[in-house]
Design a protein around this ligand. Structure first.
Ligand SMILES: Nc1ncnc2c1ncn2[C@@H]1O[C@H](COP(=O)(O)OP(=O)(O)OP(=O)(O)O)[C@@H](O)[C@H]1O
Ligand SMILES: [Mg+2]
Length: 457
């Protein structure tokens, strides 16, 4: 779509000449004979640029400019002014006009200034977008006791040089914690270097960590820095450390003990000073028992243990996190954030989230993208409608029930139906098995409209 330009001038001749020049170049052109019409057109058609005459009947050009800048600060405005009115041109520039063109306007001049202004506006917009994308939130969101404690521990531990081992299930926020640790530390101006121990092939991990000299092996065409060098005086984040081979574990242990290492294929030892932050979703004590993790390395990295609890153990964080992710998405798309209804939020809060915060984030983003309305309700949650029509075979279906009362009723009915079936409809037997008074069970069965078979002894 070509850019739309609005030309404002009370002289029909000038309007015609200027629009003609711009139309010939393929721009969309709107025109207005006075300031009031111009403001209305900007509001209705949101043009990409305004060419504005100063001497207008009624509201004068400078007033229009002031109003435009107040309402649309990034809309570029080019002033068209009569020859010699330097004073006005200066005022206009102070008010935020991009540039000014003298009358009579020349085609070259108009086109050049217009293109420059559009380009500037584009760069400005792009820059704003990039700035937003480049600054992902480092904030650890949550008000649960567990998250408060984690934040407090981070504040205390971050400024020290102690090695930290972060443990937690998949998607709980271990990497977020590792980065927070770095940025709260005295090393924050030095590099944070991440190594994913699980993703690097066994035979490359040494060169990845320690670098190599030129010609150290086939394919080593130049000398290369390893992650340890890169992290000098900063933080080295060893992610998924439980997936490292025993051989690499031995090497790492030696470096941590000596704080120096050799490149692959090079004899000269290199001195480094790094802080180690490691993370894993494995239980390293179990790995030690199995013989797949070195106990001495474990003690070396586990000076300060930080455990990030699973999301299901801090459900009160779910609404906050949901709101945070909705805002984050809205910022990325430059649109107002959507919201969940209370009922939908309750369902999210009740869900067990086996993939933890990452799963919640993906889920919230997917729903916000796929739901056309600004508000996301229970019926928009996938599987909810189906859950209402079928007996709750799974916990998930139950958890989609809007209120505690409904969920409990659904559960009770299904529980009693199945228990009774197991006892061939014998109420007395079922009552005994599930620990209820027979009369009590009987009343419940009737209340739920469950068919009652033969009475027990
Ligand atoms: N408390 C939190 N506040 C805000 N965002 C969070 C929080 N916890 C996790 N996240 C976000 O959830 C996503 C997953 O977190 P992260 O990658 O840190 O988890 P992880 O434990 O390293 O996962 P994995 O075990 O799969 O590597 C990221 O986008 C992260 O920013
Ligand atoms: Mg991770």
């Amino acid at each position: 779509m070509p850019p739309t330009l609005l030309v404002v001038d009370d002289e029909p001749q000038i309007l015609q000449v200027v629009s003609g020049i711009l139309l010939d170049e393929g721009f969309e052109v709107l025109t207005a004979p006075d300031g009031e019409t111009a403001l209305k057109l900007v509001a209705d058609a949101s043009p990409d640029l305004v060419l504005l005459d100063i001497a207008l009947p009624g509201m004068d050009g400078l007033e229009v400019l002031r109003e435009l800048k107040r309402l649309y600060p990034t809309l570029p405005v080019i002033i068209i002014s009569a020859y010699g009115s330097v004073e006005n041109a200066v005022k206009a520039t102070r008010l935020g006009a991009y540039d000014f063109i003298e009358k009579p306007p020349h085609a070259d001049n108009i086109l050049l200034t217009t293109r420059n202004a559009l380009e500037m506006a584009r760069l400005f917009e792009e820059n704003r977008r990039l700035r937003q994308q480049a600054a992902p939130s480092r904030e650890i969101i949550g008000k649960s006791e567990a998250v408060r404690k984690l934040r407090e521990q981070l504040r205390v531990v971050a400024p020290t040089n102690a090695s930290v081992l972060i443990t937690g299930e998949n998607g709980t926020g271990k990497e977020l914690v590792a980065r927070a640790l770095h940025f709260l530390s005295k090393r924050s101006h030095r590099p944070f270097v991440e190594v994913n121990c699980a993703a690097i092939p066994e035979d490359l991990i040494e060169s990845e960590l320690f670098g190599h000299e030129k010609g150290a092996f086939t394919g080593a065409t130049s000398r290369r820095q390893g992650k340890f060098d890169q992290a000098h005086e900063g933080t080295l984040f060893l992610d998924e450390i439980g997936d490292m081979s025993l051989r690499t574990q031995a090497k790492i242990l030696r470096i941590l003990e000596e704080q120096r290492f050799e490149r692959v294929g090079g004899g000269r030892p290199i001195q480094v000073e790094v802080r180690i932050v490691a993370a894993t979703n494995k239980n390293l004590e179990e790995e030690i028992a199995k013989g797949t993790f070195r106990e001495d390395l474990y003690h070396r990295i586990n000076v300060i243990p930080l455990a990030v609890p699973p999301l299901r153990e801090r459900r009160e964080d779910i609404p906050l996190l949901t709101g945070h992710f909705l805002k984050e998405l809205a910022r990325e798309n430059d649109s107002p954030p959507k919201s969940f209804t209370l009922r939908a939020l309750e369902a999210l809060t009740a869900f067990p989230w086996p993939g933890n915060v990452r799963e919640l984030k993906n889920f919230v983003w997917r729903l916000a993208i796929l739901t056309p309305d600004q508000t996301i309700d229970l019926a928009d949650l996938p599987g909810y409608a189906a859950a209402l029509d079928t007996p709750p075979g799974s916990l998930e279906a139950l958890l989609l029930m809007p209120t505690f009362r409904e969920a409990r009723a659904r559960f009770e009915k299904e529980f009693l139906r199945r228990k009774l079936a197991q006892c061939d409809g014998n109420v007395g037997l079922a009552a005994e098995k599930i620990g209820l008074e027979r009369s009590h069970l009987y009343r419940k069965l009737k209340a739920y409209g469950l068919e009652v078979g033969k009475e027990g002894e």
